[in-house]
Design a protein around this ligand. Structure first.
Ligand SMILES: Nc1nc2c(c(=O)[nH]1)N=C([C@H](O)[C@H](O)COP(=O)(O)OP(=O)(O)OP(=O)(O)O)CN2
Ligand SMILES: [Zn+2]
Length: 130
């Protein structure tokens, strides 16, 4: 279902990872780091006063999770699967749906994870569309 209004907020974190399962010699098999960006996108058909989908400030709990569990960590020890952008985006969406207040989790449309200005992956909550 498509929302009439959309908002997004981006959060940065720095972390290390390596991607097992790639061909021998692939540079991403080696441990390396990125300045990641996670972007949360929320949608709604109606605004709440004073004209918000949701207050950007209400996303602070998500920021705290990133800072506590992902920032300056080895992501291979955080996820049970290879920490690709795709898997990180799904992990973060699952956390968001489980732990954020209902007015935010009900509005989550997608989470995008970027490793650089030129590369990103998104996880869309099933049934919710931009
Ligand atoms: N679909 C995906 N492909 C790749 C991912 C990923 O998460 N999803 N991740 C990587 C590696 O993490 C790698 O560090 C980044 O790869 P890449 O963008 O190819 O390399 P650079 O950051 O050096 O970017 P350049 O544009 O080539 O300078 C690989 N693939
Ligand atoms: Zn990488």
């Amino acid at each position: 279902m498509t929302s009439t209004y959309m908002i997004g907020k981006s959060f940065g974190f720095s972390a290390a990872h390596r991607l097992p399962g790639l061909p021998k010699g692939h540079k991403c098999r080696r441990r390396h780091g990125h300045n990641f960006t996670a972007q949360v996108v929320l949608g709604a058909d109606q605004l709440v006063p004073p004209g918000f989908v949701a207050d950007f400030g209400d996303l602070d709990r998500f920021r705290r999770y990133l800072n506590r569990r992902l920032d300056h960590r080895d992501l291979n020890t955080v996820l049970d699967e290879p920490p690709t952008c795709e898997n990180l985006a799904r992990h973060l969406a699952a956390w968001f749906l489980e732990h954020m207040p209902a007015h935010l989790s009900d509005a989550l449309v997608r989470i995008t994870v970027s490793e650089s200005d030129s590369s990103w992956a998104a996880y869309h909550v099933p049934g919710r569309r931009a």
